[in-house]
Ligand binder design. Structure first.
Ligand code: SF4
Length: 98
C-alpha cells in the first residue's frame, strides 16, 4: 500500500456546483419490467420538458462554468432517443460543453 486512499475523491466543491446532473428526459417505454424504478409508461408524459425547456436546462447547467458538471440524459427505452428532438440535444450539449 502506498498510503493513498483506494477511493477517488471529488476535486471540486459540491456546495458550489453539482458534480453530476441527471435528466430523465422521458418516462416513455414500451416495456414493463418489474424492476423498473422509472415508473415507465407507454407514451410520453405531457409534462416532459419541451425542446426549448430542455435547451434552457442545458444552458443553466453550462452556466456553472468549469469544471462543468457531468450531464447525463437518460430515461425511456430505447433510451431518450424515443424523443424526436434527441439529436438536437446532442449537438447542443457538445456546443455548450466546449
Ligand atoms: S425504462 Fe428500462 S427498466 Fe423501465 S420498463 Fe423500460 S426498459 Fe424496463
Amino acid at each position: 500500500m502506498t498510503g493513498r486512499s483506494p477511493l477517488r475523491s471529488i476535486r471540486r466543491d459540491v456546495a458550489d456546483r453539482p458534480f453530476i446532473v441527471i435528466w430523465e428526459a422521458t418516462q416513455a417505454c414500451p416495456l414493463a419490467c418489474l424492476h423498473c424504478r422509472a415508473e415507465a409508461v407507454p407514451d410520453r408524459h405531457p409534462g416532459e420538458l419541451t425542446t426549448d425547456e430542455a435547451g434552457e436546462l442545458m444552458r443553466q447547467v453550462a452556466a456553472f462554468g468549469r469544471p462543468a458538471p457531468l450531464f447525463v440524459i437518460t430515461g425511456g427505452d430505447p433510451g431518450p432517443y424515443i424523443r424526436p428532438d434527441f439529436c438536437r440535444w446532442g449537438r447542443a450539449t457538445y456546443v455548450i460543453g466546449r
